[in-house]
Design a protein around this ligand. Structure first.
Ligand SMILES: Nc1ncnc2c1ncn2[C@@H]1O[C@H](COP(=O)(O)OP(=O)(O)OP(=O)(O)O)[C@@H](O)[C@H]1O
Length: 282
């Protein structure tokens, strides 16, 4: 499968401080790829390099086989969508007027504005001026702008950080639909649940270095502690190992008709992250 993104030995120093170091990964075409890490781990630095907003100190990054500097070229930019916190929207204009300007820029019909507003659940608010919007609404308008032209590759920096649970779910559904229609998505988040719900593969970033990279299901298998929790008929819970000794214990409990439920003790991505880094999620 062709790669949408390729990153080789990427590093960024701010003076002597190494924000990211030896970052290496590939994102396949059609994937939703999660770049996970706590606050200050280097997620924004990486996505800014990948979107041509920041130059790397070392290493190389490619999108669809071309150096990321291609993103500075307006014609090439039509293939990409970028959501970051710097809005580039006009405060005095309404949401619809702002999005119509982007339609002009991308040679799109104005009908795309309605679709984009549906995507972010803002159809009712289209006439509101940008300067009057809440943080969550602003984030959704920025997202609408990023997906307006259904880009081949979409970069999202913390796309749901300011959203309530209802809008978060709405956006998740929209992103899945967009991905099903062919958009590759690179997403940074510190929300491990979000990554688990959305991503085909995830990379764990800690102190500027990738610590793990795999499918969420594979990571959970790898870090499973090999036990199940059995809830007994008296509501007591016992932890049993998934080995031959545990099988005998389970057999005995079942024979005595004492088993109410059995739960596999699978770690969450958050558990795995804390285990690997010894750190805490912020
Ligand atoms: N312009 C800058 N000058 C100096 N240091 C910087 C600059 N930008 C970022 N850093 C530092 O680089 C490190 C990584 O920052 P970055 O913004 O990439 O982290 P992040 O994972 O996106 O964090 P958050 O989730 O809080 O946005 C941090 O320690 C930050 O203080």
């Amino acid at each position: 499968m062709e790669n949408a993104i390729e990153v080789k030995g990427l590093a960024k120093y701010y003076s002597n401080f190494k924000a990211i170091e030896d970052v290496q990964f590939e994102v396949k075409k059609g994937e939703i790829f999660g770049f996970l890490g706590p606050s200050g781990s280097g997620k924004t630095t990486t996505i800014k390099i990948l979107t041509g907003q920041l130059n790397a100190t070392e290493g190389e990054a490619f999108v669809f086989g071309e150096n990321v500097s291609v993103l500075k070229n307006p014609a090439a930019r039509k293939r990409f969508g970028v959501l970051t916190d710097n809005s580039g929207l006009y405060g005095r204009l309404s949401i619809i007027e702002n999005l119509q300007l982007y339609c002009k820029l991308y040679d799109l019909p104005n009908s795309k504005v309605g679709e984009a507003l549906d995507f972010v659940n803002l159809k009712e608010a289209g006439k509101k001026k940008i300067s009057t919007l809440s943080k969550g609404m602003m984030q959704r308008v920025n997202l609408a702008r990023a997906i307006l032209h259904e880009p081949e590759l979409l970069f999202l920096d913390e796309p749901t950080s300011a959203l309530d649970p209802v809008n978060t779910l709405h956006i998740y559904n929209g992103l899945r639909a967009l991905n099903n229609r062919g958009t590759t998505i690179f997403l940074t988040t510190h929300d491990m649940q979000e990554a688990d719900i959305l991503c085909n593969r995830v990379a764990f970033l800690h102190k500027g270095k990738i610590q793990l990279l795999d499918k969420p299901g594979e990571l959970k298998k790898q870090f499973a502690d090999g036990t199940v929790t059995v809830e007994l008929s008296n509501n007591e819970k016992v932890v049993i190992r998934k080995d031959s000794e545990g099988a005998e214990e389970m057999f005995q409990l079942m024979k005595e008709n004492r088993v109410q439920t059995v739960h596999s003790n699978e770690p969450t991505l958050g558990d795995i992250f804390v285990k690997v880094t010894g750190g805490e999620l912020v």
